[in-house]
Design a binder for this molecule. Structure first.
Ligand code: IPM
Ligand code: MG
Length: 376
């Protein structure tokens, strides 16, 4: 039976990195005897300018009946909706809210051979084995809840309000997700201890106080997992100074959005950062980087973020469906990324290399086929 995967390549470099991702999926099909029914839809800001819609009618319904969804990148210069929203964001939020993808899972892992982003000219500060944590970002409420507005009077914008919404249900499910994830991991690189860090601003905000209270309540159910707390501002510096102390970090929507871009610096930059938007019934996987329109069509962007998002998809789908071939394939994809990085020859400009996006895709697809023997 083929797994239905909806492919939303989107804007800018999205279609290029997605093309390489699909190349890797084809290699997985060949090497692991699994089958994907890939269902593409146009979407994004450019599509909006051309067709007057962010994505076609029926695309959301198709996502609903899929086994998984892949998204490239969204955002095109000059593509804005009459409401002022970025054209294409409706696709991202349509899926996150519409399919209740409440956990935005963003791993930060430094692979051997990768130069991270703030050491040039200096001694390397972090060893690969010291950076391996996951930020779990709440994805359906917080300040992203679409309860906002601008008051215009006499042609002037007088007032704007964004409401930060925190519900017990929303907090409970994201915190439980984080503890369950920690249970399955190997602990923090520093001491091998399973640990969940609650990142909030509970010294000021009521929603964060509720978040922390629920965190404490649920933590009682997980005596094998250590609890840890940080205010978001302090966490920003501790994460950079001592990433090895972290295992799983759980936080609200906007804090997670900001923290994960900074966290990507620890793993070699946005070109390597991947994410899964996961709910109880659906999953959507995407690189964290944007559409980078200035690089569009140059075959230059790093496809590894997309390929690592595909790795997350394979693992999630494999566990969900009880399909060991998919889990094996996810390990093979990660092995392929690791060995291409370690070899250091076929890497893109952002990592200090000269390879094209498509050459990296070729190397990764080849690597997957090579790794299949040991992972199949
Ligand atoms: C992300 C992005 C999105 C977000 C944008 C594109 C709406 O920054 O996935 O982190 O804010 O969630
Ligand atoms: Mg972001």
């Amino acid at each position: 039976m083929a797994y239905k995967v909806v492919v939303l390549a989107g804007d800018g470099v999205g279609p290029e990195v997605m093309r390489e991702g699909i190349k890797v999926l084809k290699a997985v099909e060949e090497a692991f005897g699994v089958e994907f029914d890939l269902v593409p839809y146009p979407c994004g800001g450019k599509h909006y300018l051309e067709a007057g819609e962010e994505w076609p009618d029926g695309a959301f319904e198709s996502c609903k009946t899929s086994d998984a969804i892949l998204l490239g990148a969204i955002g095109y210069p000059g593509a804005t909706l009459p409401s002022g929203d970025l054209a294409g964001a409706g696709v991202v939020f349509g899926l996150r809210f519409g399919l209740d993808l409440y956990a935005n899972v963003r791993p930060t892992k430094l692979y051997p051979g990768v130069k991270h982003k703030i050491h040039e000219g200096l001694k390397q500060v972090w060893d690969p084995e010291k950076v391996d944590f996951v930020i779990v970002r709440e994805n359906t409420e917080g300040i992203y809840a679409p309860i906002r507005g601008i008051l215009r009077r006499g042609g002037f914008e007088e007032l704007a309000v964004d409401n930060k919404v925190t519900t017990r249900k929303g907090v409970e499910r994201i915190i439980r997700f984080a503890f369950e994830l920690s249970k399955r991991r190997e602990g923090a690189p520093l001491d091998g201890r399973k640990r969940v860090t609650c990142v909030d601003k509970s010294n000021v905000l009521d929603g964060c106080r509720l978040f922390r209270r629920v965190f404490d309540e649920l933590a009682e159910e997980y005596p094998e997992v250590e609890r840890d707390y940080a205010y978001i501002d302090a966490f920003m510096q501790w994460m950079m100074r001592g990433p090895e102390a972290y295992d799983v970090v759980v936080t609200s929507n906007l804090f997670g959005d900001i923290a994960t871009d900074l966290a990507a610096v620890l793993q070699g930059g946005m070109g390597l950062a991947a994410s899964g938007n996961i709910g109880d019934n659906h999953g959507m996987f995407e690189p964290i980087h944007g559409s980078a329109p200035k690089y569009e069509g140059q075959d230059k962007a790093n496809p590894m973020g997309t390929v690592l998002a595909i790795q997350m998809m394979l693992e999630w789908l494999g566990e969900r469906k009880g399909d060991g071939s998919l889990v094996g394939a996810s390990l093979a994809v990660e092995d392929a990324v690791k060995s291409v990085l370690k070899e250091g020859k076929r890497i893109t400009y952002d990592l200090g290399g000269k390879a094209k996006c498509s050459q990296v895709g070729d190397a990764l697809a080849e690597g997957v086929k090579g790794a299949a023997g040991s992972r199949g």
